[in-house]
Every structure is written in C-alpha cells, then in structure tokens.
Write a protein that binds this ligand. Structure first.
Ligand code: FDA
Length: 387
C-alpha cells in the first residue's frame, strides 16, 4: 500500500503532526488507545501548555534549536485551538494551564483535528528500510502483515519514560539504523532516592524551598518521601543533576534566617530555638534537623556566630542523592535524537531526506509545567507544515 506519510506514534506530537500533514497520512501506534500520556497527565487534567513558555525553560545540547518551532506555533496558538473546541480550562499556578474537566478533552480535540488521517492502533512495526522513493515499512495489525511505502516518515514514539505505559526506545533505534546521531539519554523530572530510611521519618512533609542542581535553581515545593526527595522543586532539579553530585537546598527561601533569629532573640529571648524555627519550618522537619544540628536552648543563649552558622546550614542544606527513581516514574527522557542533524524549521533529518523526528524523542526537554506538551505541539506542527 502506497501512502504519502507514515507517522509512528499517536501521542501528543504524532497526533498534532497528523492534523497538519495532509492527505495520505497513516498514524500507527502499538497501544490500544492514542494519547495515553495525555490522559494521565496533570493528574488527569493535562497541563497542556504554559503561558510563560520561553526557550530558557528547555534543556538540550543546543539551547537554540527549539526556538524556531516554539515561536512559530506558540502557547497562544494551542490555546486558540483549545478554545475553538470549547474546552474549559484554567490557569493553576506559574502560568500552567489545565483542563477544567478532563485530559480526555484534549485527546478528543486532537482526534477531531486529525480526522483526515488514518489511525491504526494495536499495530506494531516489524521492519523498516529506505527505498529509492522514500521508506518501506512492514507493520502488523490484527495479526496481519501490511507493507507500506511512503515518502515521509515521522518518528513520534516519545522517550523511554514509564515503560509500563508502552514507552520504548524505538526512536533511538531507528535513528541509529539510519546513522542519525543520538545523544546520551537519562530520566528527567524524576524523584531522587536516598539510602534506605534517610527521610522516612519525614515522609509526607512538604515545604517551600529553593533547590539548586548544575547551577540552575528552582523555587518550588519540596516533598519528603519514604524513598527520598520529590515535589516540583526536586523534579525540576533532576533535569540538571548528574550522578554523584549534591543538591543545594535553601529550606527558607527569601527568608533571612539570621536576621529573623536576631530579632526574635531580642524580643522573645526565653523562647526555645526549636519553637522559633517551627514558626518558619514544618515542626517534623525541625525535629529531624535537631538530630544533626545543635538546636538546644533558648534564643537568648544564641551567639551571633551560632546564629550565622545555623542560617548558613539551613539556607545551604547539602544533600547527595544515591540516584533517581529512573524511567519507572520519570515524566520525561532527557537527551535523544541529536539536533545537530535536524532542521530546526522542519524537524527533518539533514542526513536522510523525508525522515522527521518530533516530540520527546528529540534532545529537547522542557521544565515541569506544560512545557513538554508545548514542545510536542510545536515540533509536531512544524513537521506537519513542512510535509
Ligand atoms: P508520547 O509518549 O506522548 O507518545 C508516544 C507514542 O508512541 C505513544 O502513544 C506510544 O504508545 C507510541 N510508541 C512508543 N513506542 C512504540 C513502538 N515501539 N511502536 C509503536 N508505537 C510506539 N507534560 C506536560 O507538558 N504537562 C503535563 O501535565 C505532563 N504530565 C505528565 C505526567 C506523566 C505521568 C508523564 C509520564 C508525563 C507527563 N508529561 C507532561 C510529559 C508528556 O507526557 C510528554 O512530554 C509528551 O507526552 C511527549 O509527547 P510525544 O508525542 O513525543 O510522546
């Protein structure tokens, strides 16, 4: 069967691309339903974009690559589409836009937009090769082998995150098959793990923090878990962290602890230091910190030097994770298809004409907060336009 365009992967990027790729497009996916990650995203409400999308909020070897697609298909363009389909939405925090009702609204919208394309679900790719006219693929659908010939081949199979949901490294395998370079991949937006029991006494405690990893800081909530450290601040930091590095955690961001303690010492000298700290930090965290820091005595007992040392310790709390929870829970995969061999305008390989890579498979990873879907929409749109 001869078609114009074969898109592998009916996720966010593949469906967006299919909506723009024109006639003769077939999308295949090994899953039973399209857009499974959209369905579970944002706690079932899909944080579909961010009002503050900025190229600086993306990680990748080339910090300029994603600018073209993001500026040609913006968060406002996607929001227009959402509004055109009458999907109710709201801004939650930090510019993050969510569906009011269900992430399924976004999937239904994309399915409607790609109505001109054929969608083959529960379909596996069995073989793929180049031909004079483009590409030849053998796929298996309902136990039947189907041979497809196409001019354009779009790889939209995402990254390795959450294998239980059907994530595979197919995009990287195809890139390697066609001699297209792939950068090192690792889990991103993922909780940190620590040696057994390190924070189990604090499991469930959340506190505002500023977490710094690899020179980049995030001011968001930190959550202690049985396994280690999570919460938005930690997920964000994980995308900048490297094995064996320490995280620097400011437990009192924007609060000048040394000054607060000096003022409190003057006004309420008989108050216990732990009582004063518990006015600024969760009480269970203060108890925990008392195991390693000297928090005994009243405020009147504190010397200036001890106040300064305490402020230093709590504004620069260093913790070295043993690792992360890995692809099992990572929201994204960092690294991927090397952008040095892709056109930033069309997403086409500049080594293999007609071969496109879009979405999470590419070495472009956004921050937490709707940035990754925006990259899927923008890169999918860019490829669809070019086809
Ligand atoms: P995506 O993974 O969506 O799609 C890939 C498709 O390819 C899938 O349908 C898969 O079945 C198919 N496929 C894979 N291998 C295949 C193979 N071998 N053969 C055939 N088909 C194959 N982002 C955001 O911006 N806001 C949010 O709220 C969230 N929330 C969120 C929650 C959770 C739990 C996760 C895991 C992730 C998020 N994300 C997110 C990230 C976001 O889901 C992700 O960046 C996009 O889905 C990437 O879109 P893609 O289309 O590139 O891949």
């Amino acid at each position: 069967m001869q078609i114009a365009t074969l898109i592998l992967g009916a996720g966010a990027a593949g469906m967006m691309c299919a909506a723009h790729a024109g006639p003769g497009t077939v999308v295949i996916d090994h899953a039973r339903n399209p857009g499974e990650k959209i369905r579970i995203s944002g706690g079932g409400r899909c944080n579909f974009t961010n009002l503050g999308v900025d190229p600086a909020c993306f990680v990748g070897r080339n910090p300029h690559f994603h600018k073209s697609a993001l500026s040609r298909y913006t968060q406002w363009d996607f929001l227009d589409l959402v509004q055109k389909h009458g999907i109710p939405w709201h801004e939650k925090t930090l510019g993050q836009l969510f569906c009011d009702t269900s992430a399924r609204d976004i999937i239904a919208m994309l399915r409607a937009e790609m109505a001109g394309a054929e969608l083959w679900l529960s379909t596996a790719l069995r073989d793929l090769r180049r031909t004079d006219a483009g590409f030849a693929a053998r796929v298996e659908k309902d136990g039947q082998a189907i041979d497809l010939g196409c001019r354009n081949l779009v790889i939209a199979t995402g990254g390795k995150s959450i294998p239980k949901m059907g994530a595979t490294g197919l995009a990287y395998d195809i890139a390697r098959q066609f001699d297209h370079p792939v950068t090192e991949v690792r889990p991103g937006l993922v909780p940190f793990t620590f040696p057994e029991g390190r924070f189990s006494a604090l499991a469930g405690v959340a506190t505002p923090s500023r977490v710094t990893a690899g020179g980049t800081s995030f001011d968001e909530a930190l959550l202690f878990t049985h396994r280690g450290l999570s919460g938005p601040a930690m997920l964000q930091a994980s995308s900048y962290w490297r094995e064996s590095e320490s995280l620097e955690i400011d437990l009192l961001p924007g609060q000048p602890l040394a000054q607060l303690l000096r003022d409190a010492r003057q006004q309420s000298g008989k108050r216990a230091l732990t009582t004063e700290l518990a006015r600024h930090l969760p009480a269970r965290l203060v108890d925990y910190l008392g195991q390693t820091l000297d928090l005994k005595g009243n405020l009147a007992d504190l010397s200036d030097a001890r106040i300064d040392a305490l402020a230093e310790a709590l504004h620069h709390w260093h913790q070295r994770p043993s690792g992360t929870e890995g692809y099992r829970t990572a929201e994204v995969t960092l690294g991927g298809i090397d952008t040095s061999s892709l056109s930033s305008k069309t997403m086409m390989s500049n080594r293999i004409p007609g071969l496109y890579f879009i979405g999470e498979a590419v070495d472009v990873t956004g921050w937490l907060g709707g940035y990754n879907f925006q990259w899927a929409w923008s890169s999918g749109w860019a490829a669809g336009q070019a086809i």
